[in-house]
Design a protein around this ligand. Structure first.
Ligand SMILES: Cc1cc2nc3c(=O)[nH]c(=O)nc-3n(C[C@H](O)[C@H](O)[C@H](O)COP(=O)(O)OP(=O)(O)OC[C@H]3O[C@@H](n4cnc5c(N)ncnc54)[C@H](O)[C@@H]3O)c2cc1C
Length: 467
C-alpha cells in the first residue's frame, strides 16, 4: 500500500515513478499555518482522512493552543460569558495532527520551509512541507498612527475582550471617587471606532455592561456615561444592507449610544479622541475596530495579493506555487459562481474554504481531481445589545428580539464541543436570573506587575545564557 501511494504522490508532484527505497521512508508533509477557524477546520478534515496514514504527516502551527470563537467575543467583554467559555483547545479537537504552538516568522516558498519562533526564548523551529495551507487570518491595522496604536484597545483576541471588561470596571471605580465632573465624564466615555460587525456588537455590549453596572455605584448615574460610535459610512453594519443597518442605529440611539457618521478617528492621545472633521471627544477609552490587514508573513510572500490578501484560485491554490494553498481572512478567494467578486472575510466562509482546501490537498496527494470552492452565503447575524439583533438569512430580514434569539441559537450550534455549549447555556441562564457580575478578575495593576516581572525574567535569562 505504501509504495502504491508513494507512486501516486510522485506522479502528482514529479511526474515520474517512485524510487521504492526512498518512498518507504519519506512522508508527505502537510503544514497548516494558523489555528483559527480556517486552520482548525482544515486540520479536522485532515485529522480524519490523512493524518492517520503512516506515510503522511500533518502539522498545525498556531500562535495559541486554542481556537477562539470570535462571534461571541463581545459577550466576554460584556461579562455575559467567561473567557474560557468561548475557547477550545486544539489538541482536544484533533488527535492525529501534530499541534505546534509557535509563531510563524517566514515562509520560504522555494526551499519549501516554514520558519517559526517557539517558546519563552523564541527558539527557531523549521518545518519542511510538500503542501502548505496558509490560514494566518488578519491583524489589526492602525494605519501607521502611533497614538491610536499605543493608546487604543482592540477587539481581536481573548485578552482584548477580558481586558476591556476589566477596564470598564476599573474606570467605574475611578469615576466613583473622581471629584472633577469633566474628568469623571471622561473616565465614563467609551468611543468605538468602526461600525462594522465587530464595532456595532462591541458598542452594544459595552453600552449594556456599563449602564447596567453603574447602578451599583451610588456616586454615579446613567447621564454621566457616553458611548459613541464613529463610523465612516452612511449607516451601521453595511454588510447587512441599509434597512437593517439603519434599524440597528435607531435601536442603539434609543439606548443612548451616540452615532457620528461620515467621520473617522484621526488621532488619540489616551485622553482625547480627534476626528478627521476636527471634532474632539474627551474619552479615557478608544476601542479600535476600524481596520484589519493580513499578517506580515503573508505580506512578505512573492505572491499576487488583493488588498493585502493572498490571491487563491477557485481550488484554493496559490497560482504559480505548487502545493501552496490559502484560505480564510488572509486569502482573496474568487466567487466565480455567484457574485464574480471575492468572498468576504468571515468565519462562515473561512471554515468552508478550509474544508474544500483540505479535500483538495488530499486529492492532490492521492492523484484525484480537485474540486472548486462554491458557496452561497447563507446569511449574516449581529447582536447589538439589550436582547436585540439584526439578521439577513437566505434573503429574509429579521430584527429585534427574534433576530437576537436566532443569533444566539445559530452561534451556540456553531460553537465547537458540547461541554462549551453547555457552559455557555448555563452562563446565559444565570445571567438572565441573576444579572451580570462586576468584579475585576485582573486589575490593571496586575497586568502592569506581570509585564514588569516578565520583562525582568527575560532579561535575566538572556544575561545567564550569554554568560
Ligand atoms: C470581534 C469579532 C467578531 C466577529 N464576528 C463574526 C461573526 O459573527 N461571524 C463571522 O462569520 N465572522 C465573524 N468575525 C470574523 C471571523 O472571526 C474571521 O473571519 C475568522 O476568524 C477568519 O478565520 P481565519 O482562520 O482566517 O483567521 P483567524 O480565526 O483570525 O485565525 C488565524 C489564526 O492564525 C494565528 N496566527 C496569525 N499569525 C500567526 C503567526 N505568525 N504564527 C502563528 N499563528 C498565527 C492566529 O493566532 C489565529 O489563531 C468576527 C471577528 C471579530 C474580530
Amino acid at each position: 500500500m505504501l509504495s502504491g501511494y508513494a507512486e501516486k504522490r510522485n506522479r502528482v508532484f514529479h511526474n515520474r515513478p517512485a524510487p521504492k527505497q526512498f518512498s518507504a521512508m519519506k512522508k508527505t508533509k502537510v503544514v497548516i499555518a494558523g489555528g483559527g477557524f480556517a486552520g482548525l477546520y482544515a486540520a479536522k478534515y485532515l485529522d480524519k482522512h490523512l493524518a492517520r496514514r503512516p506515510d503522511v504527516e500533518v502539522t498545525l502551527i498556531a500562535r495559541e493552543n486554542f481556537i477562539l470563537f470570535t462571534p461571541m467575543l463581545h459577550e466576554v467583554a460584556a461579562g455575559d460569558l467567561a473567557p474560557n467559555d468561548i475557547v477550545n483547545p486544539l489538541r482536544r479537537i484533533v488527535r492525529h495532527v501534530n499541534v505546534i504552538e509557535a509563531d510563524v516568522q517566514d515562509v520560504d516558498l522555494s526551499a519549501r520551509k516554514v520558519r517559526c519562533a517557539h517558546g519563552l526564548d523564541n527558539n527557531t523551529l523549521e518545518f519542511e512541507f510538500d503542501h502548505l495551507l496558509l490560514a494566518l487570518g488578519s491583524e489589526t491595522n492602525f494605519f501607521d498612527n502611533a497614538g491610536i496604536r499605543d493608546w487604543s484597545v482592540t477587539m481581536k483576541n481573548l485578552s482584548d475582550a477580558a481586558l476591556l471588561r476589566n477596564r470598564m470596571v476599573a474606570f467605574l471605580e475611578e469615576a466613583s471617587v473622581e471629584t472633577d465632573a469633566s474628568a469623571r465624564r471622561q473616565w465614563l466615555t467609551f468611543v468605538i471606532a468602526g461600525g462594522g460587525f465587530a464595532g456595532a456588537e462591541t458598542a452594544g455590549a459595552v453600552n449594556d455592561f456599563i449602564r447596567e453596572s453603574v447602578k451599583f455605584y451610588p456616586q454615579l448615574n446613567d447621564e454621566q456615561i457616553r458611548v459613541v460610535v464613529i463610523h465612516p459610512g452612511d449607516y451601521l453594519l453595511p454588510e447587512l444592507g441599509e434597512e437593517l443597518g439603519r434599524y440597528a442605529e435607531r435601536k442603539m440611539r434609543e439606548r443612548n449610544v451616540e452615532m457620528i457618521k461620515g467621520a473617522r478617528v484621526a488621532n488619540y492621545d489616551g485622553w482625547v479622541v480627534t476626528l478627521n472633521n476636527g471634532l474632539t471627544i474627551p474619552a479615557a477609552t478608544l476601542i479600535w475596530t476600524a481596520g484589519v490587514k493580513p499578517s506580515p508573513v503573508i505580506a512578505a510572500l512573492p505572491c499576487a495579493t488583493e488588498r493585502g490578501r493572498i490571491v487563491a484560485d477557485e481550488f484554493l491554490q496559490v497560482r504559480g506555487f505548487a502545493g501552496v494553498w490559502a484560505v480564510g481572512d488572509c486569502a482573496a478567494v474568487p466567487d466565480g459562481y455567484e457574485t464574480g467578486k471575492f468572498f468576504p472575510p468571515t468565519a462562515q466562509h473561512g471554515m468552508r474554504e478550509a474544508i474544500v482546501a483540505a479535500k483538495n490537498i488530499e486529492s492532490a496527494i492521492l492523484g484525484a481531481e480537485l474540486k472548486p470552492f462554491r458557496y452561497r452565503t447563507m446569511g449574516m447575524l449581529a447582536s447589538i445589545g439589550h436582547h436585540t439583533g439584526v439578521a439577513s438569512v437566505f434573503g429574509f430580514k429579521f430584527s429585534g428580539f427574534i433576530a437576537w434569539w436566532m443569533w444566539r441559537s445559530v452561534y451556540l450550534m456553531k460553537l465547537p464541543r458540547l461541554v462549551k455549549k453547555l457552559r455557555v447555556v448555563t452562563a446565559w441562564t444565570l445571567d438572565l436570573l441573576f444579572g451580570r457580575d462586576i468584579e475585576q478578575m485582573i486589575t490593571l495593576r496586575d497586568v502592569e506587575a506581570l509585564t514588569e516581572r516578565w520583562t525582568r525574567i527575560r532579561a535575566e535569562r538572556k544575561t545567564r545564557t550569554a554568560a
